[in-house]
Design a protein around this ligand. Structure first.
Ligand SMILES: Nc1ncnc2c1ncn2[C@@H]1O[C@H](COP(=O)(O)OP(=O)(O)OP(=O)(O)O)[C@@H](O)[C@H]1O
Ligand SMILES: [Mg+2]
Length: 353
């Protein structure tokens, strides 16, 4: 008798993880082609084009960028890839160090004692032998945008910058902006319910055993995910693990209804963490006060942002911040004109429950 029973639901748990890069990606042909076209000149020893990709959470920016870079580095030995999440790795030193590591350079340097410019020199030399596509994810989380200038001026390096916000680089140093002015801008629009369903079906097919989940259940998850592929896949992971732990052969509807708000909540928390401080401050005020009218919200926002030493913002930017939070489903508005008020959005409120 085997010591452990065989899995009844999950065929391959890796496929359900967020970081997993699938063997094929769906409904992003335009973005795939655009990224491939920017990288293609590298194959002929010519200069590639840098890219700036932006879009709401769960629109596939990280997945599609990594997919194309893996595809290219599998195709040729003359190009390799490096992925950096600037949320986790935000200083100039750490970024350069991490790229060098990804390029296979075992650094004899003592981590702390090496001057950053020496790392840059090493990278320059290394790039003469082999080109590198560098993905800088969550690029608005960089501590120091000088590193963008460093990397954008290096021969043999191609940048794919990723952000939730189209205006992420507007505040960057003018020299950085001018270096990146010719970058290809690529938008990742929110997925439709049907597109999410296709992505989900693919994951279920590879990740779960046949018959583990019904089509109608995948449809329910897709329509409740509001176009966010991360929420959809996370829900699938939660229900599959729950069923597996309970030795079931099929996912239950009630498990899906429990998992959806959990997946949405963890996605909301992540989305708030990823926001710039001004946005987070608005959420914080609304969470502590509940419903607040527009004038009071602005006054409180001004007071706290000064106390915390955040840069001043004009009224129009403040309104843009609030609009963006509404777009992201984090803030809800009621009434119009002078009577407009705002409150924090409850995760899952629009999931059709
Ligand atoms: N077109 C697609 N085909 C297959 N899987 C996809 C596709 N788009 C997204 N996914 C999957 O959905 C999940 C979320 O996608 P991803 O992490 O790329 O979103 P994102 O746009 O980077 O979000 P964020 O801005 O929050 O970082 C990942 O597990 C990814 O593999
Ligand atoms: Mg991402």
């Amino acid at each position: 008798m085997p010591m452990y029973d065989e899995n009844m639901i999950i065929r391959d748990a890796r496929v359900l993880r967020e970081q997993f890069i699938p063997g094929r990606v769906l409904h992003r042909e335009g973005q795939l082609d655009a990224i491939r076209n920017c990288l293609k000149p590298m194959l002929k020893g010519m200069e590639p084009r840098n890219m700036f990709t932006f879009g709401d959470p769960g629109t596939g920016k990280t997945c599609i960028s990594r997919f194309v870079v893996e595809e290219l580095s599998a195709h040729t030995v003359s190009v390799q890839g490096s992925y950096i999440n600037c949320w986790e790795c935000s200083s100039r030193f750490k970024i350069l160090y991490s790229i060098l590591q990804d390029m296979g350079l075992s650094l004899s340097v003592h981590r702390k004692g090496t001057p950053t410019d020496e790392l840059l020199g090493n990278l320059k030399k290394r790039l003469e032998q082999r080109c590198c596509v560098i993905i800088l994810d969550e690029v608005d989380k960089l501590e120091d945008d000088r590193v963008l200038y460093d990397l954008a001026t290096l021969q043999g390096a191609c940048l794919i910058l990723i952000s939730n916000s189209e205006t992420a680089l507007h505040g960057a140093d003018p020299r950085v902006r001018s270096r990146l002015a010719s970058a290809e801008c690529l938008e990742f629009p929110v997925y439709s319910g049907g597109e999410i369903l296709d992505i989900l079906k693919d994951r279920a097919e590879w990740g779960l055993l046949p018959g583990a989940i019904k089509n109608a259940q995948l449809e329910r998850i897709a329509s409740a995910s509001n176009g966010d592929s991360r929420v959809a896949i996370e829900t699938l992971r939660i229900v599959a693990e729950e069923a597996e732990n309970q030795d079931l052969r099929m996912v239950h509807d009630s498990s899906i209804e429990r998992a959806l708000p959990r997946a949405m909540e963890s996605s909301t928390e992540r989305n708030i963490d990823m926001l710039a401080p001004h946005y987070r401050l608005i959420i914080e005020i609304l969470e502590s006060r509940g419903k607040v009218d527009a004038g009071k919200l602005l006054k409180e926002f001004r007071k706290l942002s000064t106390q915390r030493g955040l840069p001043d913002v004009v009224d129009r930017s403040f309104r843009n911040y609030v609009d963006r939070l509404m777009q992201l489903g984090l803030v809800r508005a009621e009434g119009g004109g002078r009577w407009r008020s705002y409150s924090p959005e409850v995760p899952g409120a629009h999931s059709g429950k």
